[in-house]
Design a protein. Structure first.
Length: 657
């Protein structure tokens, strides 16, 4: 028998389901909006400037932004892009913002600065602990936020967004070690002066030339770079792979290393050769090509130091090292520049004889850099951040005689060159595309720039490139007066006894000449370098000088700056130079060094120089009757150059030609 009541109920259920599906179809489900990576928790917005919020969604999707109790609405265009501009706001926060179903928290409104360049802008606070340990360990300022953009080389086109892997972080103890040192000291100094929240967006990459940071359109004014950029369309060249028969030299070295897996242990090294550490292989008479060299050092530990934690310092090693103590792995660094600072666990060191073994992968240019620390430090008590600098305590000197033996090496051979065409990939615009273009909607208060080391091979063009970059970024950020402050390179390499040409000096001069642009400033750091380190530690002074320049240029504060050369005039077989003293008279209480003078033949010789008035210096060489030009601090590392003002700030290097 048919159950009609059950059939009717079932029929009604089906009808209800059918009608429900119709209603669902008639009412579209809200798609989630997608925000740029930088628009996220902890972001800092520029005060007194329109606030831009942007992102992506389905075409025609409605977007609602709620901020400071006001609501703003728009719709995504046909491409799924949307943007809302919120009226400018004063200093404040922390606030929250809701964008459809997304909530962003801990938003501050203050000053937002873009920091960019290469490794000296990227270098983290943990790397400068030797100078500023106690100060760094006290940092705790939740009003300074930091965002380090991930690396992104985009050789094809401008990226719409940054890559994953970064977030805004506060300047608190758990985050601070990874802040850029130069950027932190700049922001900290600025915060003390203006007392408003600071946002730092650090978009920098070590070892990069300036042409990587200039847009494809702007770089085309330089024919050589434009030609290189045109090659990007040849995907076969830029993506080609080595042939199947080619063996990478490093793979071969790893395979042939006699000491791998053996020489770090307790072995008899009495037959090994002896060398002196520190130093470079070529200076020590070590016939080292591309390969692996092992070094071993035996040292004594007194009984009262047993059972304690310790720190091993091995200065700077060229290039890659793996280090062992008493047969136990202590640490490794895969490239030249970082300091080797390895924590040693309690109990690893024993009374009496101990051994450190170091496996170094490098070439004939390799070695252990001079005038760096090579020692073991045993602190009285365990210190925080034992793998960082600044630790003090009982020291065991490791400099002096070490044993060495070559594990494997390859002599230069053209047949080992891989059949790559990878070097055809254009070395231009990729970082602009990947790490600057995605920030184009952000209103910045200004830019600080620390770069130039990678352009010293063609330094005479740097001024034009820097000018192009500044104009390019001002156009990108739609701010023709965007303040731009850059670091003039410090000294590097050993001082030369006679006047000579210098790629670093050419770059510094290009920087100085760029000061003719409006709304730019330069922090002079010629006195802050280290001859044996492209990454000098004195980043606090760098940040302070950048902040002082920002004080003058942006915030109209009465801060002193470095003296800058202005004009020259001839006077009685001498040249009188006039300087812009910038808030501080020239210091006349010392004998001046670092000046060179040339006659019509263009040959420079050392010159006598004397401060003759608050902002003037007379330069002469009695052997040059008719001088025509003067150079000052014109060298990779003009250590003796000492013209400065009474505020203690060094004069910028310059050439009067």
């Amino acid at each position: 028998m048919i159950d009609f009541k059950r059939l009717i109920k079932c029929k009604h259920r089906k009808i209800f389901l059918f009608l429900t599906l119709i209603v669902w179809g008639a009412c579209p489900v809200n798609a989630e909006v997608r925000l740029p990576k930088i628009v996220s928790d902890g972001m800092v917005l520029q005060r007194d400037a329109p606030i831009v919020v942007w992102g992506w969604a389905d075409a025609n999707e409605k977007v609602t932004v709620t901020f400071l109790e006001k609501t703003y609405k728009t719709k995504a265009d046909r491409r799924g892009e949307w943007k809302i501009v919120i009226p400018k706001q004063p200093v404040g926060g922390p606030y929250s913002m809701v964008i459809n179903n997304l909530a962003i928290k801990n938003i501050l409104i203050g000053e937002v600065w873009l920091c960019s360049g290469q490794s000296n802008m990227e270098l983290q606070l943990r790397r400068v602990m030797d100078l500023y340990r106690s100060e760094i360990l006290r940092i705790n300022n939740p009003n300074i936020h930091y965002y380090k953009t991930p690396y992104n080389y985009n050789y094809e086109d401008s990226s719409a967004d940054l890559l994953d892997g970064a977030k805004w972080v506060d300047a608190t103890p758990e985050n601070i070690m990874e802040f850029s040192a130069a950027a932190w000291f700049f922001a900290s100094e600025l915060y003390q002066k203006i007392n408003v929240p600071i946002g730092i967006i650090n978009s920098s990459v070590g070892g990069t030339p300036i042409e990587q940071w200039i847009s494809p359109d702007a770089i085309k004014q330089f024919p050589a770079y434009a030609a290189a950029f045109d090659k990007k369309s040849d995907a076969a060249l830029s993506q080609s792979a080595p042939s199947a028969t080619f063996e990478n030299p490093m793979q071969r070295i790893e395979r042939e290393d006699e000491g791998k897996g053996a020489w770090y242990k307790a072995i008899d090294d009495s037959e090994w050769e002896t060398t002196i550490v520190p130093g470079y292989w070529r200076d020590k008479g070590i016939d080292m090509a591309l390969g692996v060299i092992w070094l071993r050092k035996t040292f004594e530990v007194p009984a009262n130091m047993m059972g304690k934690v310790a720190q091993l310092r091995l200065g700077c090693i060229v290039d890659s090292d793996s280090t062992f103590v008493n047969g136990e792995f202590a640490g490794n660094v895969a490239y030249r520049y970082p300091p080797r600072i390895y924590p040693l666990r309690a109990g690893l060191l024993k009374e009496g004889k101990n051994t450190v073994a170091v496996r170094i992968v490098g070439s004939y240019r390799g070695g252990m850099v001079e005038e760096k620390p090579y020692k073991i430090i045993i602190p009285e008590t365990e210190q925080p951040y034992m793998n960082l600098g600044g630790i003090t305590g009982y020291e065991i000197d490791l400099a002096g005689e070490w044993k060495y033996r070559i594990g494997a090496q390859m002599k230069p051979d053209r047949s080992t060159t891989p059949p790559f065409a990878g070097n055809s990939r254009p070395n231009v615009s990729a970082l602009f595309n990947g790490m600057i273009a995605p920030l184009k909607n952000i209103p910045f208060k200004g830019v600080i720039w620390y770069q130039g080391e990678s352009n010293t091979g063609n330094g005479k063009q740097y001024g034009k490139l820097l000018t192009a970059l500044i104009n390019d970024w001002r156009e990108t950020f739609r701010n023709p007066a965007l303040p731009f402050i850059y670091v003039q390179l410090p000294g590097i390499n050993k001082e030369k006894p006679t006047p000579a040409e210098s790629g670093s000096a050419d770059v510094r001069e290009g920087m100085r000449q760029t000061l003719t642009l409006p709304n730019v400033a330069m922090a002079v750091t010629i006195d802050l370098g280290e001859w044996n380190d492209i990454h000098p530690l004195r980043k606090k002074e760098v940040g302070q000088r950048l902040a002082a320049e920002a004080g003058q240029l942006v915030y109209h504060q009465n801060t002193a700056g470095s003296p800058l050369y202005k004009t020259m005039e001839y006077e009685d077989k001498a040249i009188v130079l006039t300087f812009d003293c910038r808030g501080g008279e020239l210091d006349s209480n010392c004998s001046l060094h670092g000046f060179e003078i040339a006659g019509a033949d263009g040959t420079y010789s050392w010159a006598e120089a004397t401060v003759v008035s608050p902002c003037k210096v007379k330069v002469r060489n009695n052997n040059i009757e008719n001088p025509v030009s003067v150079r000052y601090a014109w060298a990779d590392n003009p250590e003796r150059a000492n013209l400065r003002n009474k505020a203690g700030l060094p004069a910028s290097p310059f050439c009067t030609k």
